[in-house]
Design a protein around this ligand. Structure first.
Ligand SMILES: Cc1cc2nc3c(=O)[nH]c(=O)nc-3n(C[C@H](O)[C@H](O)[C@H](O)COP(=O)(O)OP(=O)(O)OC[C@H]3O[C@@H](n4cnc5c(N)ncnc54)[C@H](O)[C@@H]3O)c2cc1C
Length: 430
């Protein structure tokens, strides 16, 4: 197979992955003297922080996605190919991709992280995750189909299987899903599924540690927990899910919860790449990088974002795996690449923490910005505007904004279409 990219005589930077890090880097290099090749296994950038709203039928996937080709329409030095990286041949400065071989002068790995099931294959097979638009849509279709089934199911236990949901992981993703589900139960179910007793729908949030939102101040975790409890979510802390057979969720203490949907939001890990020495990885499968994001043991291979671990006294495990480090590392690396022509010294990366936040639903959020800890309506407004600002594309910003305003005043959205009623997840065989 041929990748069909001309050799232009320019130095070539190959970027693998067009997430927050890769897309920012490519954009920042779009007016440079480099030939930039971006590869991604999808043809579009995905705004992961809003996956859960797609899963909860609050937003359409198109409004949180942005096609790469559109991003680079007016930039002749940027080439995009839909391809997966398979292997690195660092001796010969080449990567092997699903489309063929691509040579590089500089390689930037930015292909992010994947859900960590901690080796539990059964859970991996049966659970829903939240790591792609497809996964979010799968959950949406299954959830809506299950409500339909529950309506016609007369057996109480069987009905519980269709309607009860267990979420594992009390980080921002788990908390946000639980909050959105609780709102759906309160505002949507009584209107859409009148014959279903919404009080029968149990939403569990199971967290291994003793605090929700563990990266945040314990007070923010407590506030989030309080908000969830007020919304009727059953929060179980210091509890670990050890098994799920598609029928029952089993915790370490032996508790059994009957539920047809287990949403796994308990952690992430990275894919190792053939051709990169084991010595360059840390225990969490992240690539160890120096303060310029150069991968240890390589001269011209870089890693940014979720997959990079830049170890320092302040960040002994690397930076948090959230959007800002990826974006900021990409910007710094782009600036440094541009210095190559003038043989200027490179600038080490310095992380600027812009804050952490999570929303628990309408008017409720927690946010930590610098030394300020904010909660409630004001935090929720900040959450809304920061997410709108961060979305790529004016059209997307507008559509999401209109959707949110509509939802806010009508207590409703109208996206509850089951487009593909057949779930790709393999729950129980009936
Ligand atoms: C559900 C969810 C909610 C989140 N909420 C927040 C939030 O509220 N705030 C926040 O700051 N962060 C949040 N995050 C984390 C944030 O999305 C990540 O930290 C950020 O996306 C990391 O950026 P990245 O560039 O490293 O990788 P990603 O953005 O993950 O991008 C990786 C890209 O690489 C591509 N790719 C993957 N494998 C390959 C391959 N083999 N070959 C080619 N291409 C490949 C993917 O298609 C993707 O486009 C959330 C994450 C998830 C999953």
């Amino acid at each position: 197979m041929r990748v069909n990219i001309p050799e232009t005589g320019q130095k070539r930077i190959v970027i693998v992955g067009g997430g927050f890090g890769g897309l920012t880097l490519a954009r920042k290099l779009s007016k440079s003297d480099f030939q930039v090749i971006l590869i991604d296994k999808q043809n579009h950038h995905q705004f992961q922080p809003l996956f859960y709203q797609v899963a909860m039928a609050g937003l359409e996937p198109s409004s949180i996605s942005f096609p790469f080709r559109k991003a680079f329409q007016n930039h002749p030095n940027i080439y995009f190919r839909i391809a997966e990286i398979l292997k690195v041949d660092s001796e010969n400065n080449k990567i092997v991709t699903s489309l063929g071989i691509i040579n590089y002068d500089f390689l930037v790995l930015a292909y992010g992280a994947k859900t960590n099931f901690f080796g539990n294959e059964k859970i991996e097979e049966k659970a829903f995750s939240m790591k792609s638009t497809g996964a979010a849509l799968d959950l949406r279709n299954t959830m809506l189909s299950d409500y339909e089934q529950a309506l016609i199911e007369s057996d109480f236990d069987e009905r519980q299987w269709y309607i009860d949901i267990v979420i594992v992981g009390g980080g921002a993703t788990g908390v946000e899903i639980a909050g959105a589900l609780a709102e759906m139960r309160k505002y949507i179910l009584p209107k859409d599924y009148k014959e279903l007793n919404a009080k029968e729908v149990d939403i569990y949030l199971i967290q291994g540690g003793n605090q929700l939102l563990q990266g945040m101040d314990p007070k923010s975790g407590d506030t989030a927990e309080q908000y969830l409890i007020e919304r009727g979510v059953i929060v179980k802390k210091n509890s670990r899910v050890v098994d799920y057979d598609g029928e029952y969720v089993i915790t370490q203490s032996g508790e059994k919860i009957k539920a047809g949907k287990l949403i796994w939001a308990a952690g992430i890990t990275c894919n190792r790449l053939e051709g990169i020495t084991e010595l360059s990885y840390n225990k969490a499968n992240r690539l160890l990088v120096d303060k310029f994001n150069r991968v240890e043991n390589y001269e011209n291979i870089y890693a940014i974002g979720d997959m990079a671990a830049m170890i320092s006294d302040e960040f002994p495990l690397g930076h948090p795996q959230v959007a800002q480090p990826a974006i900021q590392q990409a910007k710094n690396l782009a600036r440094n690449f541009k210095k190559l022509n003038n043989k200027e010294d490179w600038k080490p990366f310095k992380y600027k923490d812009l804050g952490t936040m999570a929303t628990i639903g309408r008017n409720k959020a927690v946010a930590e910005i610098g030394r300020f800890k904010i909660k409630g309506f004001f935090a929720w407004l900040i959450w809304l505007f920061i997410h709108l600002y961060a979305l790529i594309g004016v059209r997307n910003k507008l559509i999401v904004f209109i959707n949110w305003i509509w939802n806010y005043f009508t207590y409703d959205q109208s996206l509850r279409l089951i487009i593909n009623p057949k779930s790709t997840s393999n729950r129980r065989k009936k």
